[in-house]
Design a protein. Structure first.
Length: 386
């Protein structure tokens, strides 16, 4: 199996092939980010250089092309610039993949992108991609898959499009959902540097309106023996625990109340829940809390978790890599050549390895995916946290 990874990042596809025991060769790797290239080389023991896909024009033999073209201009978190052909946006680079497919005619092409690609505003680009691939001789199958359905405690929805050359196409069935047995707290490191914890200084600055309750000194009292309430106020940058708790709550109310745009004005968070630390100044933000999992990782260091003592800290880079399906050995190799800032970015921009394992097993074995995915990440975590 000769693999060409376009917008290759840290090589989720090659890792999935490796874990499935499929004999493969990296025909080429195209990635312009020099830091991602450094991590890829460290993980795969290769010596690739950064390459601009717009200039790539090699004659090579390829069986599979994997591309996760830039999603920023399709994402709801972006400015919505879109990916129209010739527009010059980052997301329009998807058409460079079509150019390469037309040149190389691989058997299989896998495209991953954000779910919002299927929205009314952007679906014309998705439709154009599928129609063009059809004209090039490919049948395409697509489905939105969530990482939490394939063994990873991350609520990460992505649309996957599988295009198969018509002369070899025997149909395609996406992998069935799996029961989520791994919880967010299961992947957390035991010993974490203090720098990842929310500071005491931030605690003192975050006393504010908590949901629909109006704060007054009479309704709140200092009580360090029972759980404290997270509050936020306009002008603050991130949430944290305050020094106060509402008298209306029972003394055994062992949770935190996180500001959220719902009728109540908050969501409850307990140990092991994921907390979105971004968009703190927004009064329209929803889904700030996830039970036993984390929200979609981004390239920013803006996700955290609630600990057993109800403190909140950010996820570490290693934890983010685990949440993308990479094992600790891969992370250690990448961390040896890159900073934490780049490691966070690379995790957020990657594809979840477990999801690709399911996709590739069905694609290359031509059989329905019935068994559990190989969660070797669990063994690695066990060795570290044992």
């Amino acid at each position: 199996m000769k693999l060409l990874e376009l917008f290759g990042g840290i090589g989720a596809c090659s890792k999935a092939l490796e874990r499935l025991g499929i004999d493969y060769e990296i025909a080429d790797y195209v990635e312009i980010d020099k830091y991602a290239v450094m991590s890829y080389n460290a993980i795969h023991n290769t010596n690739f250089k950064p390459q601009d896909i717009r200039e790539w024009d090699k004659d090579i033999d390829v069986d599979l092309i994997m591309h996760g073209s830039p999603c920023q201009d399709f994402s709801v978190a972006g400015k919505g610039a879109g990916g129209d052909e010739g527009s010059g946006t980052r997301s329009s680079l998807m058409y460079e993949t079509i150019r390469i497919v037309n040149k190389l005619k691989p058997k299989y092409v896998i495209w991953e992108n954000v779910k919002n690609l299927l929205s009314k505003k952007h679906k014309h680009n998705f439709d154009k991609y599928v129609i063009t691939m059809n004209n090039l001789g490919y049948n395409s199958y697509y489905q939105v898959l969530n990482a939490k359905d394939y063994g990873i405690p991350q609520n990460r929805e992505r649309v996957f499009t599988i295009s198969i050359r018509q002369d070899v196409d025997m149909g395609y069935t996406f992998p069935k959902k799996q029961e989520l047995k791994l919880k967010l707290k299961d992947i957390l490191e035991n010993n974490v540097d203090d720098k990842y914890y929310i500071s005491d200084k931030m605690k003192k600055t975050l006393l504010a309106d908590s949901g629909n309750w109006k704060i007054s000194e009479k309704k709140y009292e200092i009580n360090r023996e029972i759980t404290r309430t997270i509050n936020t106020r306009e002008g603050c940058y991130r949430p944290d625990m305050s020094e106060y708790i509402c008298n209306e709550l029972p003394n055994n109310y062992n949770l935190l109340l996180i500001k959220n745009n719902t009728k109540k004005g908050y969501l409850e968070a307990k140990e092991g829940y994921g907390i979105d630390l971004g968009h703190i100044n927004s009064n329209t933000h929803r889904g700030r809390v996830q039970k036993d999992m984390i929200q979609t990782l981004s390239a920013q260091n803006d996700k955290g978790t609630v600990l057993s003592d109800l403190r909140i800290r950010k996820l570490t880079p290693k934890e983010c890599w685990r949440l993308m399906g990479f094992n600790d050995e891969d992370f250690e190799k990448a961390s040896g050549v890159n900073s934490n800032t780049q490691l966070y970015k690379q995790a957020g921009n990657s594809i979840v390895v477990n999801v690709l394992e399911g996709i590739l097993k069905n694609l290359l074995n031509k059989s329905s995916f019935e068994g559990q995915i190989n969660f070797d990440i669990l063994e690695k975590i066990g060795e570290v946290n044992g």
